[in-house]
Design a binder for this molecule. Sequence first.
Ligand code: GDP
Ligand code: IMO
Ligand code: MG
Length: 422
Amino acid sequence: MPVTIIVGAQWGDEGKGKVVDLLSKDIDIVARYQGGANAGHTVVIGEKEYVLHLIPSGIFHRHVSCVIGNGVVIDPIALMEEIAMIKSFNVKIEGRLFISHNAHLIMPYHKLLDSIREQGANKIGTTGRGIGPAYIDKYMRTGIRVVDLLNRDVLCRKLKANIEEKNQILSKVYGSKELDVDKIISEYEEFDKKIDPYITDTAAYLHDALSKKKNILAEGAQGALLDVDHGTYPYVTSSNPTSGGACTGLGIPPTAIKNIIGIVKAYTTRVGNGPFPTELNNATGEQLRKIGGEYGATTGRPRRCGWLDLVSLTYSIRINGIREIALTKLDVLDSFDEIKMCTAYNAGGSVLKSFPTDIQTLEKIEPVYRTMKGWKEKISGVKKFKLLPKNAQRYIELIQKLSGAKVSIVSVGARRDQTIKM
Ligand code: GDP
Ligand code: IMO
Ligand code: MG
């Protein structure tokens, strides 16, 4: 049973890209299962930094095949740019990238509707990549899939029907300019030739790999607290980043899953709107942002920062079935005199130990903190747990104890070699 799922355990940007790249050394296939180019996964190799949006983070290992599964929504423009970027670094991609014929496509009208909706009253703070509107069409059963690019008549018919409908919405609901049907059709017809070499029945490809006992990493985007079912709705993304999403998003059975690794940042960040109990709107939050370089890898927006929240983490561990934690960015805490960890919520005098996902409750609660002494030492060069400062060891041990999951990897810098295996 060779599938390991890598899942973001917080609100995204936990360092999934780094950990997936690191683990890919011993992996045959890395497969993205949901989301789209809203993701920004950073891989640092030597002095070079690469940001991936759609292509799985195993791409820099020559022996690894990369799959973009049926659950992903693909913006062909973003994909082509990313393929060109990777090729420009002399990384061979032909024969190594497999794109599901069943994945849905993001169209210009999805991006337009995303940005128009964000100008209205109910701002989510999306990445503007058209993710929500594309998943709406998928579930409305009017979406256009990768396979449709292969048949011009089908593509034209579906695009025409969709654009005509969207034009009604754009002009009548939002008073916006209508889109040019012919221009979009000719632009998307071009993608046929470019994407064709990569299109595969990826569920069948993965099934074959499973029968050959190949090792597969399922790479989640975003994080559990942004999950459309289990996150802080409506301030979520429009897919299931939680581990369950890996099976539907790739067409693999739950019985194939061997392990689920939760990527956990040593503190918490969130981009976009929505409740964030441990957020620090003060100099400490600013210090975390500055030291951690907490600016969005996709949009460049400053990330909201705060202390680690064990209440939401314990919830995330439960809904994902996380057994192992990869704890990232521990080095960002090096200079703090005191480090806090939220162990409970105070809700109008009563103590909450479990995470409420309704935002009305979440907006009212006060975090209850446990304060620890910092270690005040640089740890990016440390290679062994026992060589970490005692207070850093205690911080990791406390996370293990309170979360009930084993910390199996500690990341102390963005590079591959800045990692402690436990
Ligand atoms: P992802 O979306 O989960 O892949 O995470 P992002 O790439 O959006 O954000 C994580 C950021 O932290 C990137 O800039 C990484 O290069 C960086 N990073 C990852 N692990 C570490 C670490 O252990 N220490 C530090 N200082 N930076 C890290
Ligand atoms: P990675 O994979 C952090 C957030 C957006 C917004 C909400 C909905 O790099 O961890 P969307 O564009 O998906 O409709 O926006 O989700 N969001 C992310 N936050 N990391 C991400 O991806 C995110 N992808 C979406 O900021 O709050
Ligand atoms: Mg990111």
